[in-house]
Design a protein around this ligand. Structure first.
Ligand code: DX5
Ligand code: ZN
Length: 221
C-alpha cells in the first residue's frame, strides 16, 4: 500500500482555511488531519469542534483524520458530527475507559485509532489491537506544531510496526509530529502508512503547495 498524506490543518493559514481545504482536496490528498485540544490533556486549544464539523461540508474527496487530544473525548463526537469515513484517534493516556470510547466511535461507523504519546510504551496497545483500525504514533510531545522530534521516535515507530504485524496485520500506522522532508522517508522505512504533514514539511514557509504535495507523495510512496 502506498504512503498516504494527512496535512495538518492547524499548520495551515488560519485566515484562509476553506481555500486551503479546497486546494488539498483538488490535489487528490487522502486525509485532512484535524487536531482538537481541550487545554487540559494538552495546554493548548486549536481547531474547535464546530469547525471540525463544518470541514465535512467542504470536502469532496479527502476524508477527516480527527486527532483528539482531550479527556473524555466522547462528549465532542456529536458536535464534530463523527460518522462513516472519519478516522478518530483518541489518546491512550487520556482515556481510562478506552474500550468504551472505541465502541462509541464504532457506533458512529467511524474508524477508531489509538494515539500514543512519546513516553507511552507500544505494549499498552496489545489489549486493544483487535478493536481498532490503526495506531497514531506521536513523535513529538502533543499540543503544539513545530516541536522537535523526540529522541528514539524512529525506533519506536518501527517497534509499533512490528507489534502490529505480529498481532494485527493490516492495521494502519500513522506518524504525527515533525514529519520533515529529511525524516519522512525514514519514517516510511520504519513502516508508517500515513504521514501528518505539518510545519516541518508541507507548511514550511514560502513553499508552493502543489509542488510540496507531489514531493511528499514521492518520498512516502
Ligand atoms: C501536535 C499535532 C500535530 C501537529 C504537527 O500536537 O498533533 O498534528 O500539527 O505539527 P508539526 O508537523 O509541526 O510537528
Ligand atoms: Zn495531530
Amino acid at each position: 500500500m502506498r504512503g498516504m498524506l494527512s496535512p495538518s490543518l492547524m499548520c495551515a493559514d488560519a485566515l484562509n482555511l476553506q481555500s486551503e481545504l479546497e486546494a488539498l482536496d483538488n490535489l487528490g490528498v487522502d486525509y485532512i488531519h484535524l487536531d482538537f485540544m481541550d487545554n487540559k490533556f494538552v495546554p493548548n486549544i486549536t481547531l474547535d469542534a464546530n469547525l471540525i464539523k463544518s470541514v465535512k461540508g467542504v470536502l469532496k474527496n479527502m476524508k477527516r483524520d480527527i486527532h483528539i487530544m482531550a479527556y473524555e473525548p466522547v462528549q465532542y463526537f456529536d458536535r464534530m458530527d463523527i460518522g462513516a469515513g472519519d478516522i478518530v484517534a483518541v489518546h491512550y493516556e487520556a482515556c481510562p475507559d478506552l474500550a468504551d470510547v472505541i465502541a462509541e466511535i464504532r457506533k458512529r461507523n467511524a474508524s477508531p485509532f489509538i494515539a500514543i504519546s512519546p513516553d507511552t510504551k507500544p505494549e499498552v496497545l496489545l489489549d486493544y489491537l483487535d478493536m481498532i483500525d490503526g495506531v497514531l504514533v506521536m513523535t513529538v510531545y502533543p499540543g503544539f506544531a513545530g516541536r522537535p522530534i523526540v529522541e528514539g521516535s524512529l525506533e519506536k515507530l518501527a517497534a509499533v510496526r512490528r507489534l502490529i504485524d505480529e498481532n494485527a496485520p493490516g492495521l494502519l500506522l500513522e506518524v504525527d509530529g515533525h514529519v520533515s522532508w529529511d525524516l519522512c522517508r525514514q519514517m516510511r522505512e520504519c513502516g508508517a502508512d500515513m504521514f501528518v504533514a505539518g510545519s516541518s514539511s508541507l507548511y514550511q514557509k514560502g513553499l508552493e503547495l502543489e509542488e510540496s504535495v507531489a514531493r511528499m507523495n514521492k518520498l512516502v510512496e
